[in-house]
Design a protein around this ligand. Sequence first.
Ligand code: BGC
Length: 735
Amino acid sequence: MKRDELQKLLKDMSLEEKIGQLVQIPGFMIEKGAVLTGPAMEMGFTEEDLFNAGATLSVFGFDRIKEIQDDFMAHQPHHIPLLFMGDIINGYRSVFPIPLAQGCTFDPALAGQLAAMSAKESSASGLHVTFSPMVDLVRDARWGRVMESTGEDTYLNSCFAKAVIEGYQGKDVADADSVAACVKHFAAYGAPEGGRDYNTVELSERTLLDDYLPSYHAAVDAGTEMVMTSFNTINRIPASGNAFYMKDVLRKQWGFNGVLISDWAAINELITNGICREKEEAATLAINAGVDMDMCTPVYASSLKKLVEDGTVSEDLIDESCMRILELKNRLGLFEDPYHHADNRNADEVILCREHRELCLKAAEESIVLLKNRKEILPLAKEGLEIAFIGPYADNKRLHGVWSMLAEEEDTVTVRQGIEEIAQNNTVTFAKGCRLLDKKYPLYGFRGRVEEEDVDDEELLLDAMTKAKRADVVVMLLGEHPCHSGEAGSRADIRIPKPQRRLLKAIAKVNSNIVTVLFHGRPLDIRGVDRRSKAVMAAWFPGIEGGRAVARLLYGETAPSGHLAMSFPYCVGQVPVHYDSFTTGRQYTGNDENRFQSKYLDIPNKPLYPFGHGLTYTTFDYTDVELSGDTVTPTTDITLNAKIKNIGNRAGTETVQLYIRDLYGSVVRPVRKLKGFKRITLNPGEEGTVSFVINREMLRFTRADMTFDAEPGDFYAYVGTNSATERHLKFTLTE
Ligand code: BGC
């Protein structure tokens, strides 16, 4: 449709119809075609709201989508198609590693390919919009939603945000293989106090500007079609009513012209948040803040008409929001084809095709992080060993992460299946060893209580001990339940559950050759695991090919290459811990006799494994690290070159990381900041050069006078394999 046709359509629509476009109704409310379910009535939606709605959420499967679309369009006075939206976070049916694991690949291009694959399957199944990516910066491992982020670094998150949005949206969202992206949760949802979901966010303006906002900004620059507000407050004003951030920053400063949707019921929550007294006030605040669409509550639907009629809300505002939604539908091509090409395609041919499975495997292999490998116990020999694989994840299909609503257990390769494909000449045994969850602490997932099959604990333990005693090596497969992370998955104790700790302790008494592979949605407190294991792998929730990827990495069919996108804290008392902390007036020197330093008395300051850390099966030597010059000016960049040599006897991939420290500034500067990273794959004995350009642009920050710019002075450029590297060179920035 041309713009003037859209304008004509808008003009022709009644106020009710226009308001209807601003309403998203949850899919579970639509029974068959356009019929409301009981819960919809209870939530306060009327039959009319339903027919006028602009979008729906979580309706899956093309046949169902088509039936609803046809029915809605027949009822809607102007036959305006509905938008079908869904939370496709890490794959539709071809489920790949959770976003935090993707961050660990340090390979945004790969994440872009994953997003494109996800878009292809989603779109072929009838979806138009995915509520992804989540680009919230995360520093607190207690928060369950760290699994949905690509980690603790501003620059890394921004690179992933751009790549993922481009992957979803492709060249044109109207194309058959594209879906519209919705970046979330604007803003700073990743910083709830104490890591408790939905909690208050208290950040200084500078921290918000320099650390938290850039990834959303990158997403807007990459052309995201939608943005979602967050549940939290920003400067004590909830995001969905925060006109400054939603209008001045997002729209005016960054030029976002797409659709801004509230998070689920977040407009209604302006009331529980104590900002508004009732629904009409909440609707007024949100619409004035520029929130176009109300997710899954009838606040807009039930209030806006009256508010326009009594003059509280200008109809122009309704028109603006409605137009943005119509424009999105138009860019998706829905006025010409309300099924977005899905009816001409056979989703089954795309879903889980060989190419998609291969990409899931590659992503799983690249995202798993080898944290430790003492005495090079890994890779395992393929012959002549007896190996016992023990733990609740030894033969477990729940490797998807909590958001994968369409994942099927039958699609998933377990670790056992992966091992059996490779280890044909080894004696391998498998044992569950214990239940995954502690019986004492019931866990509630998205769909009620998580039940485990009833097992005989002592029998499981005995079987595992017998197998462990006989084995040359024991591989422990342990971890959190998927429902321990994700939304409302906050934990104050971030160790693996007690039955598994007890199992590991018992096994360690009979066999000291332990390798532990962890499945998890967050960095964990793994002190006990680390102490008892010669090697530790962080496998996260790796998706449908996870078991095969773990097996291939354990046996060295492929070498680990993941690097942590989020620090593993020493223990929960150290959280939040992140590599880019600020210098203090009393920086810890390492001398514990001096009490008056910024340090703990009982634990180290350093995390157990820092951001950027990751081992492989070979060693890399850094030589000839040089700068092309020692002065950066507004018009002169310099280049840092480093020679990287594989000095081991296996091929491997190194992720070379560049960090910069600003030695003095008008405000306190972080001890270092990631400014570049490059992956390089080298054969044994092979050498390659990695180069990074350093320019003035990357040295900017929010200065004492609140302007965003660099300040002349001295800097260190660190280059190495993780954020703790001490290898550095000095340069100067002049005017
Ligand atoms: C979450 C969002 C999600 C939405 C729709 C909310 O509870 O915070 O991330 O997209 O639900 O499912």
